[in-house]
Design a protein around this ligand. Structure first.
Ligand code: KG4
Ligand code: ZN
Length: 346
């Protein structure tokens, strides 16, 4: 079957066509995966403005759909999967309404998909044929809006074991980048500056909640620590390349240290066979390397999507939509599908 995946929960308009062949152990083929990014639109404001993002989605959706169908030579899909939460309400509704109209026109099922499940499952795309060394898994989902540790017993069987109590990891990258005068999105900007850093021995940021017994995170204190450090410096120093690069490296390391500590502890406690990494922050090369290194040392499998599939895209929605469709447990009446900005995986 062919599934069209539609993603509009934040600032990326993503549409993908995924083909699944075979019944029990499906073989997936990516027919297309297109993204219209709104980074340039939001960069001026240093963050995402929901109403502006909605307008861009409305403009982009028909264009991206037309391109997807043209490049794949597909006239219609057998089902449509669309993100219904979590995310920005006006953006979610734009994708849902577009998907409803299309599902009616094509007369195919509409499958509502949890964005976080999409981020989680896309890491399994390559290994879905053989999950012998996958479950139970611990998934670290780190994006601009979410930071969660999820115990994955199987596809569709999730338990959130920890999450951020305030800012998400990606949000921390974005906000601290803004303090340092770096562009939006902050994650890639911080990573780029960090690469050029020379060690700066007096720069030390806290690792909030790193040693607490739970699996929760907190990143707002890290942001405040960066702000105070920045404000305490003379203008000339804080705007120097040396300072910005050293601070970027320390921010990145502090975030990675706390994420790693709890992820590894969870993997041990729950006897996980693998660690799944997902969400936009999973595009971070240092975090990817840290997960791979620890997994190798512990004899665990690491499941990490390529950076282009870590950030928001339609393919992850098509993939999660496929598995939801197979369970047959979802809202079958398209008219009843509604955006759920605060959706939580259960
Ligand atoms: O998953 P995503 O595309 O959108 C949400 O669902 O939020 O994640 C976007 C987040 C942003 O906060 C961005 O700064 C971060 O992912 N990000 C990165 C990198 N690339 C994107 N963070 C760290 N390093 C990166 N290379
Ligand atoms: Zn996302």
């Amino acid at each position: 079957m062919r599934i069209l995946g539609i993603e509009t929960s934040c600032d990326d308009t993503g549409i993908a066509v995924l083909e699944a062949k075979g019944e029990k152990t499906p073989r997936f083929q990516i027919l297309s995966n297109l993204i219209a990014s709104q980074i340039k639109v939001h960069q001026k404001y240093g963050g995402v403005y929901p109403m502006l993002a909605k307008r861009e989605h409305q403009k982009n959706l028909p264009i991206v759909l037309k391109k997807s169908l043209k490049t794949t030579n597909v006239k219609k899909a057998d089902a449509i999967a669309v993100t219904y939460g979590p995310g920005l309400a006006p953006c979610l509704w734009t994708g849902i309404n577009f998907a409803k109209d299309l599902a009616k026109a094509w007369d195919v099922p509409l499958i509502p998909v949890d964005h976080i499940e999409g981020h989680l499952l896309i890491g399994l795309l390559e290994t879905i044929q053989n999950t012998k060394n996958t479950f139970p898994a611990v998934a670290l989902i780190v994006s601009g809006g979410h930071t969660q540790l999820v115990l994955v017993k199987d596809i569709g069987e999730y338990k959130i074991i920890g999450e951020t109590r305030d800012d998400a990891a990606g949000e921390c990258f974005d906000k601290t980048a803004r303090i340092l005068g770096l562009p939006y999105p902050g994650g890639p900007a911080i990573a780029k500056e960090a690469e050029k850093a020379v060690p700066h021995s007096e720069l030390h940021l806290p690792r909030p909640m790193m040693h607490t017994k739970d699996y929760d995170f907190s990143f707002s204190g890290l942001k405040t620590a960066v702000l105070y450090n920045y404000q305490a410096r003379p203008k000339k120093e804080r705007e120097s390349k040396t300072y910005v690069r050293a601070m970027a490296a320390e921010i990145q390391q502090a975030i990675i240290d706390v994420l790693m500590k709890k992820t590894i502890r969870a993997a041990k406690e729950f006897s996980a066979k693998s660690i799944i990494l997902g969400g936009g922050v999973a595009a971070n090369l240092e975090l990817r390397a840290a997960i791979k290194k620890e997994c190798t040392a512990l004899g665990l499998t690491h499941l990490i999507p390529p950076p282009i599939l870590a950030t928001d895209n339609g393919l992850m929605i098509a993939l999660a939509g496929y598995f939801t469709y197979k369970t047959n447990v979802y809202e079958k009446n398209p008219d009843k599908i509604e955006a759920n900005p605060n959706l939580r995986m259960a």
